[in-house]
Design a protein around this ligand. Sequence first.
Ligand code: NDP
Length: 399
Amino acid sequence: MGKALIIGAGGVASVCIHKCCQNSDVFEEICIASRTKSKCDALKAKLDGGKTKISTAQVNADNVDELIALIESFRPDVVINLALPYQDLTIMDACLATKVNYVDTANYEPVDTAKFEYSWQWAYRERFEKAGITALLGSGFDPGVTGVFSAYAMKHQFDEINYIDILDCNAGDHGYPFATNFNPEINIREVSAKGSYIEDGKWVETEPMEIKRVYDFPEIGPKDMYLLHHEELESLALNIKGIKRIRFFMTFGQSYLTHLKCLENVGMTSIEPIEFEGKQIVPLQFLKAVLPDPASLGPRTKGKTNIGCIFIGKKDGKEKTYYLYNVCDHQECYREVGSQAISYTTGVPAMIGAAMLLTGKWNMPGVHNIEEFDPDPFMDALNQFGLPWKESFHPDLVE
Ligand code: NDP
């Protein structure tokens, strides 16, 4: 049916590529392009021989001209950006210049300020619309499936949704005292930032990890979770009718938090460059270099993730609660595609989002967040491609 150019060859890209190959009727041809070509070649070597034709390329995704040259030579129908959030705008620029659809899993963040928001990407709306191409923003799990869950709840269960709590639980144990499950630099920037949530149309800011709750997760049990700022809060508060409050919580174990505090206290999580032996280095980037590569956690990680949304709203004039979630097992993911569940729960929706555009099931020129599209075909595909969802009409609520 079509051709996809996948940029990045890390943990998430690896899963997405496996899944494109499982969906070869839609993904007839893919090109894996990243900064380090050997990683692309290793993925090709692992997956070659199936129905999906695979090629590889070297690209610096910070460079728009290089991206344009690559897109013009491969001529994809969609570009799936699975590099880092820093590359979102250059890849969008290249897609605009070549009139190709765009998909990503994380919103733009400038390298020198730990601040992420949609404004930079939303500024491309008119240009994408005029070019007749679609940018699908945030097609991972959170953001991503959490937005699809919200659109599905709105379409099938509610007349209005007043409260959403997004709960992200990773009960996996990799056996290291400290490691991150996806890119350490992006992960630490996210969790060491101030927390925030939206109430009555306004952002309320908290200190990092200030708000803690305990939640008894289905199929996992009680876990400590902390309120974080998260990017989908911004778009869901605009796109879901009737929202009064929306919050995001993520679970963290005590060992992770103690290590993080210590690293922060000694300055290792700073993104301010320092002079070291005559060279400028960024402490957080140095820390990334000494931490375990998230891709290496796959064989060691045991346990499950549970990510989902609790909705409170109204249906036919009555108050109603509804919980949609997915439970994913780290070891089952590893057996299937050689990756742990965090990469898996992101890579599968990235493939599905691209498939929605390739098949024409989703077609809305402009720059759009995932909850703006019809959730039904995406929900079906989640069941088909390894992330089946469950629902509960009487969930425990978060205080
Ligand atoms: P990794 O660090 O494992 O992979 C990133 C890949 O991008 C690497 O292959 C890297 O190349 C490549 N890359 C980085 N910079 C460039 C560049 N300038 N040009 C070309 N390639 C580049 O990250 P993950 O796979 O863990 O994460 C990928 C994305 O997914 C991130 O944006 C992350 O924020 C997002 N994510 C989203 C989630 C969601 O639920 N929505 C959850 C988890 C992650 P090299 O090998 O040379 O370093």
